[in-house]
Design a binder for this molecule. Structure first.
Ligand code: 13P
Length: 254
């Protein structure tokens, strides 16, 4: 049985003091929801503070990105061991990283391998654009992202992954995929692609989150689906009330 996993991707929002305030408020609800996995991914400046605040609470911490090299002359980047000192999770290959910062399936693959080598759980993000969706290319795009991003991983490594399916057209638009459509992608496209690489048994154990305009009023619909194992939440993770409500919906569905 896969546990539900709700994670908040704060993107480029919240100063350290704002992050402290939000986490303090969130803990009032999240701490007790131990039937689900839950995590926040604040900007990297806030990670040391967040790590101290979250210690011993059962609420996980994730970085939004990292580089794959161990150390050296890579101005502006975070090394895997820096992230691993503070976090259990790291988002890899978010569509904003791919779209604005030139990340590809190849760089995603390098980052996933580096994360695993440092004991981090990568949350590997994938999803199709509006044009790809309208051209009927969703399955093709997702299969390519799975094969490219996860190439060369063993089944043991595959078992440590979390996947986030985030159709780009649903991110920040208020136009979420329907729960049924998202579930169909999860069980007919993402999981079979994972099974091709890692085998059916490993694929069945991997948590697949849905992301894209998840809100308190549509969350329970997603969590009622067979293959939607949680959510990666953007905008609605920036307010304690709405993220707590989404986490509660996941706990209620568990
Ligand atoms: P929104 O929830 O704001 O649509 O963002 C989703 C997302 O990109 C999470 O990574």
């Amino acid at each position: 049985m896969r546990r539900k996993f709700v994670a908040g991707n704060w993107k480029m929002n919240k100063t350290i003091s704002e992050a402290r305030q939000l986490i303090t408020e969130l803990l009032l609800t999240l701490k007790s929801l131990d039937g689900i996995d839950r995590a926040v991914c604040p900007p990297s400046m806030a990670l040391p503070m967040a790590a101290r605040l979250l210690e011993g609470t059962g609420v996980g911490l994730g970085a939004q990105n990292m580089y794959w090299e161990e150390s050296g002359a890579y101005t502006g980047e975070l090394a895997p061991n820096m992230v691993a000192e503070l976090c259990g999770y790291v988002l890899i290959g978010h569509s904003e990283r791919r779209g604005y910062f030139g990340e590809t399936d190849e760089t995603v693959n390098l980052k996933v391998k580096a994360a695993l080598a440092h004991g981090l759980t990568p949350i590997v993000c994938m999803g199709e654009s509006l044009e790809e969706n309208q051209a009927g290319k969703t399955a093709e795009v997702i299969s390519r992202q799975v094969r490219g991003g996860l190439a060369g991983l063993t089944p043991e490594e595959g078992a440590k992954l979390v996947i986030a399916y985030e159709p780009i057209w649903a991110i920040g638009t208020g136009l979420a995929a329907t729960a049924e459509d998202a579930n169909a992608i999860h069980c007919d496209v993402v999981r079979p692609a994972l099974a091709e690489i890692f085998g059916e048994q490993v694929a069945q154990g991997i948590q697949i989150q849905y992301g894209g305009s998840v809100k308190p009023d549509n969350a329970d619909g997603f969590f009622a689906q067979s293959d939607i194992d949680g959510a990666l939440v953007g905008g609605a993770s920036l307010k304690a009330e709405s993220f707590a409500a989404i986490a509660r919906a996941a706990a209620d569905a568990s």
